[in-house]
Design a protein around this ligand. Structure first.
Ligand SMILES: [Zn+2]
Length: 205
């Protein structure tokens, strides 16, 4: 019997009717652990991003999840949010663009988390962006972040300026990453750029 990936308690292996019909895979996380994620569906606009939709609050459970997913490299956790991401991103008219990791981070971690989330959800995406800087956002002051010129460059031609581009990232905090990514896409010809993130801190700014 498998254990929950977050609390390690045994998972109930009883197949559900959805599994019989092939609709969904069983979650790798137990229902009590899932219940600790707080759905917020917060949507805001930013200077360069036409809409930023964050699915869940960045609470203690979210912190725990991201830590295990990113730093302990538990790729099976990508399955936890697969159906949520499918529900918000399934739209053939939109072009999904994952926020890339910078190469320095990629060397430390064995997989790109955002790509893994999209793969688990079965969402096709285009890696249009390439990271140009090696620096880590959290180590910079706000002034330094704003002063930086470009964080990304466009890797490939923008397929269509009429399409809606949707950036995907794990967390929306200062918005600097999404703002830079959206600006890069718009400067390359994209007209509308939206974003979807799993988490967003709530309460204090
Ligand atoms: Zn659990």
């Amino acid at each position: 019997m498998n254990g929950c990936l977050l609390c390690e308690k045994p998972l109930d292996d009883q197949p559900t009717w959805q599994q019989f019909l092939g609709i969904s895979k069983s979650s790798p996380v137990c229902p009590p652990c899932l219940a600790l994620f707080e759905r917020i569906d917060s949507t805001v606009e930013d200077e360069w991003v036409d809409s930023i939709h964050s699915l869940y609050a960045y609470n203690e459970q979210a912190r725990e999840f991201l830590h295990q997913f990113k730093f302990l490299q538990d790729i099976a956790l990508a399955q936890v949010f697969a159906s949520d991401l499918r529900n918000v991103l399934k739209n053939s008219k939109k072009i999904i663009v994952p926020i890339p990791m910078h190469p320095a981070n990629k060397a430390k971690r064995t997989f790109a988390q955002v790509d893994a989330l999209l793969d688990a959800a079965g969402i096709p995406y285009e890696q249009l962006l390439h990271k140009t800087t090696e620096s880590v956002m959290g180590e910079k002051t706000r002034a330094e972040r704003l002063a930086m010129t470009e964080l990304f460059e466009v890797k490939a031609d923008i397929p269509s300026n009429e399409a809606i581009y949707v950036l995907v990232d794990d967390i929306y905090t200062t918005g600097t990453t999404l703002r830079h990514a959206a600006r890069t896409l718009k400067q390359a010809g994209a007209v509308r750029v939206e974003a979807v993130t799993l988490f967003r801190p709530t309460g204090k700014k």
